[in-house]
Design a protein around this ligand. Structure first.
Ligand code: NAD
Length: 374
């Protein structure tokens, strides 16, 4: 089968869906790999590295014109024009982007959005949300440490003692856990909040303190259990108490990393303008939810702004700032997913709908949107 790997064209996107490592594996399975010239350059994978493993370096039209196209982000309207009706596309296509999915369906594309894979053990090796969130959580702390004009660790020196930075993490999914682990390695003192009760143990096992907001009603407890491991919107009663607890911690924090998300909805607002104002000048907020509207009321998506002396980082694509490793992990996720739809030396893609992962990821086929509601 001809497999195409185009250069990503979305602004700021540096990742690539196939690395020389995974290209080599696909070629060894009997496929032809057509990689657009420059596709991997921003992720430290040169055209020569792809050619060395047997890939063909081609132009955009040839890469997009393949039977199977592997991408990071959804194709633009212009890219879609170069794709063939009936071609298969695998990428992070945003299952909640109804318009985008409609475009793919109208173009006759069989489209798989990897973000829609279930959070099950079998799907773990192709879980792009986890592989990329892990990187985002790490990079958020590195950016915070860079912007913060003080040390993270406590230091006792001949010139005096420096206090450890106080870091508050809001939302402890995959990104939040990695943010805790990274801040801990740098020597910070960490507190973390999440709606899901199961998180407390994980937070404590990483050496951070959990900000407990007890559930007072059956409704609150029920909502906190979430669905499929994901959070659901919490009742206002609990959110009010959470805000009060978080406000006390944020006022004392040097760094806040916020990662709270609810799939398919705007990010919950956890840090108000007043809370920002209560922070010491020089403090830093890195808002990982910026692309979904932000957890902080003063976040400007895509920008870094200083408000009331506090630096608020609204970077919307943190994994793209760690392009080589983000691509390496994403490419392995893609390779593992291909085992389900594209067996060795297959001449065409299979769509085994009895496979729960394939069925969940399938967004469009035969001109129709096939996305299952989540
Ligand atoms: P996510 O990115 O959807 O959300 C980030 C975090 O924000 C979540 O922990 C969520 O509970 C939290 N949150 C939402 N509203 C909040 C609020 N008002 N205040 C504080 N926190 C709030 O989460 P994710 O990283 O994608 O992880 C989702 C779930 O999937 C987790 O339970 C994770 O353990 C699970 N998971 C399972 C597998 C697997 O079994 N294969 C793999 C990865 C993740």
């Amino acid at each position: 089968m001809r497999i195409g790997v185009p250069l990503e064209t979305a602004t700021g996107e540096t990742r690539v869906a196939v690395t020389p490592e995974t290209a080599k594996k696909l070629i060894s399975q009997g496929h032809r790999l057509l990689v657009q010239s420059g596709a991997g350059v921003a992720a430290a994978a040169s055209d020569a590295a792809y050619a060395a493993v047997g890939a063909e370096v081609v132009d955009a039209r040839a890469a997009l014109g393949c039977d199977l196209v592997l991408k990071v982000r959804s194709p633009s309207a212009q890219e879609l024009e170069h794709m063939q009706r009936g071609a298969t596309l695998v990428g992070m296509l945003n299952p909640f982007d109804a318009e985008g999915l409609q475009r793919l369906a109208a173009a006759g594309i069989t489209a798989f959005a990897l973000e829609a894979a279930p959070r099950t053990t079998r799907a773990q090796s192709m879980d792009v949300l986890s592989s990329q969130a892990n990187i985002a959580g790490y990079k958020a702390v590195i950016i915070a440490a860079d912007r913060y004009q003080k040390f993270f660790p406590m230091l006792m020196t001949a010139a005096g003692t420096v206090k450890a930075a106080r870091v508050v993490i809001l939302g402890v999914g995959v990104a939040g856990l990695q943010a805790i682990a990274t801040a801990k390695r740098l020597g910070a003192v960490i507190e973390a909040s999440d709606v899901r009760p199961s998180v407390k143990e994980q937070v404590e096992s990483l050496g951070a303190k959990f900000i407990d907001v007890p559930y007072e009603t059956a409704d609150e407890k029920d909502a906190a259990e979430g669905v499929g491991g994901y959070a659901r919107p919490m009742p206002e009663s609990w959110l009010t108490r959470q805000r009060a607890e978080v406000a006390k911690r944020v006022a004392l924090a040097d760094v806040v990393i916020s990662t709270a998300l609810i799939p398919g909805r705007p990010a919950p607002k956890l840090v108000s303008a007043e809370m920002v104002q209560s922070m010491r000048p020089g403090s830093v907020i890195v808002d990982l939810a910026a692309a979904n509207g932000g957890n902080c009321a003063l976040t400007v998506p895509g920008q870094t702004a200083v408000q009331h002396g506090v630096t608020i980082v609204g970077e919307t694509n943190l994994p793209a700032l760690v392009a080589a490793d983000a691509s390496a992990l994403y490419a392995r996720n893609v390779l593992d997913f291909l085992k389900l739809i594209c067996p060795k030396e297959a001449a065409a893609v299979n769509v085994p709908l009895d496979d729960d992962i394939v069925a969940a990821c399938l967004m469009s086929r035969n001109g129709q949107i096939t996305r299952r509601s989540t």
